[in-house]
Design a protein. Structure first.
Length: 150
C-alpha cells in the first residue's frame, strides 16, 4: 500500500538562536515527539539532534520538514491536533510568508524514504503545475489510485 510523503518548508524571520524564535525552538522536541507517537506516522528526516533544523539544503534562512505517513487522514489528524496546531497558528511570528507553495504531498511506495532532492522536485512540480496526482496539498489532495509514478 502506498504511503504519503510530505515536505514542509519555511523561511525563518531570524536565525534559530534569536530570542523571537525561542517559542518555536523550545517546542521542537515536543512537536517532534508528538509526530513520532501519532497514529499513522512512519518516518521523518532528522539529524542527531532529533530534528532537521540544521539541514539547510536551500539556503540558511529555509528550514525543512520531510516525513512519511500511512495516509492523508493520519497526517491531517496530526497537523490539526492540539500541540501542533498551536505552533501552526503562530507560524507568522516565526516565518516569512512565501509567495510559492511551502507544503507538498505525494504518494510513495511502502518503505520508500524520500530524499530532499526528490521532495524539492515535487515542490517545484506543485509550483509549476498546481495540485495534481504527483504533487498536491492537504486542501487539494489526490487519492492513492491517482498515482502516476514513484
Amino acid at each position: 500500500m502506498p504511503q504519503l510523503a510530505q515536505l514542509n518548508v519555511a523561511l525563518l524571520r531570524h536565525p534559530l538562536d534569536h530570542p523571537d524564535l525561542e517559542p518555536f525552538v523550545s517546542r521542537l522536541d515536543e512537536v517532534n515527539a508528538q509526530a513520532d507517537a501519532a497514529p499513522g506516522f512512519v518516518w521523518r528526516l532528522q539529524e542527531e539532534t532529533g530534528n532537521a533544523t540544521g539541514l539547510r539544503p536551500w539556503g540558511e534562512e529555509m528550514i525543512v520538514n520531510l516525513s512519511v505517513w500511512d495516509g492523508l487522514e493520519s497526517l491531517r489528524a496530526y497537523v490539526y491536533a492540539p500541540g501542533h496546531v498551536e505552533v501552526l497558528r503562530a507560524r507568522r511570528r516565526f516565518f516569512v510568508p512565501m509567495g510559492t507553495p511551502h507544503l507538498v504531498l505525494w504518494w510513495v511506495p511502502d518503505g520508500h524514504r524520500p530524499t530532499l532532492e526528490e521532495a524539492r522536485e515535487r515542490l517545484t512540480l506543485l509550483e509549476r503545475n498546481g495540485p495534481g496526482p504527483d504533487a498536491f496539498t492537504l486542501a487539494a489532495a489526490f487519492p492513492v489510485g491517482a498515482v502516476q509514478g514513484p
